[in-house]
Design a protein around this ligand. Sequence first.
Ligand SMILES: O=C(O)CCC(=O)C(=O)O
Ligand SMILES: [Fe+2]
Length: 301
Amino acid sequence: MIPRLDAEKLARGEAAERARLREAATGIGFLTVYNTAISAARMIRLLDTYRAFFRLPQVDKARIDMARTGANRGWGASGAEQVDPEANPNYKQVFDCGVPLPEGDPRSALPVYAPNLWPDSPPGFQDEIEAYFREASSVAMQLLRAIAQATGAPASYFDTAFETPMALLRGNYYPARPAWATERDVGIATHTDYGCLTLLATDGSPGLEVRTRGGGWIAVAAPPGEFVINFGEMMEIWTAGQVRATPHRVIGTDDERISVPLFFNPSYDTNVAPMGSGDAILAGEHLSRRFAETYRHLQAS
Ligand SMILES: O=C(O)CCC(=O)C(=O)O
Ligand SMILES: [Fe+2]
């Protein structure tokens, strides 16, 4: 039910694969891709790296707790985020990092470009994550070129919008569903992503569910080495609703689960209003507002 596409065919511009991409993006709003530049072994190493971090004692993670800052960099404890006011805060933990700006760039004062917070251990954590961030961004950019073509725009349509991306790379750690969890306590409650394209690496375990237009839920999973792709609110706005930002959730299971989404958000100054509408919707303002609604430590008390 969720289309599975060959990234290499998309990069080569194969018409049939491009048509399937168009159908996925404008239909269910989710797809999986294989044959990217990122191998299964690479993805497994990345997941192991995050796992080692999440297994650190609480006091070590607390040293880089984002709750002590005005931004979303570093560790987010269980309950740090609430994506759905009808549900309780998500019980998962996260580690968030962004794209570092050059020293002295005045935009680092904006929370969406805040400097990263890195833990002292596990060894090599920062290098591993930063390298993956670059690789995954390049895969995401290639997919955006294919999306541009699939929706009738020039291939380079999105390129300039991602010169200084507010991209966020997140490690999600879902422990086994806690015994105290009620119906309102879930890994991540129903939400749409905020940006343009989300490139999600997972350990292959189930949990992610996607809402259909009819209001039902379908499970989506991808083994390590394949990605789940979906689209965020800015992409939906930008394409005047052509590309869909589809609601999704993870209730959680009896097994622990790790997932690593790259939220590929454009540069702050990008106008994501519908193409040709003459309106102005600043990407940086949209993202800042959504972050402020989500992270409990950023909410006005
Ligand atoms: O863990 C997943 O599969 C999805 C996570 C998610 O939707 C998110 O972090 O926005
Ligand atoms: Fe999401």
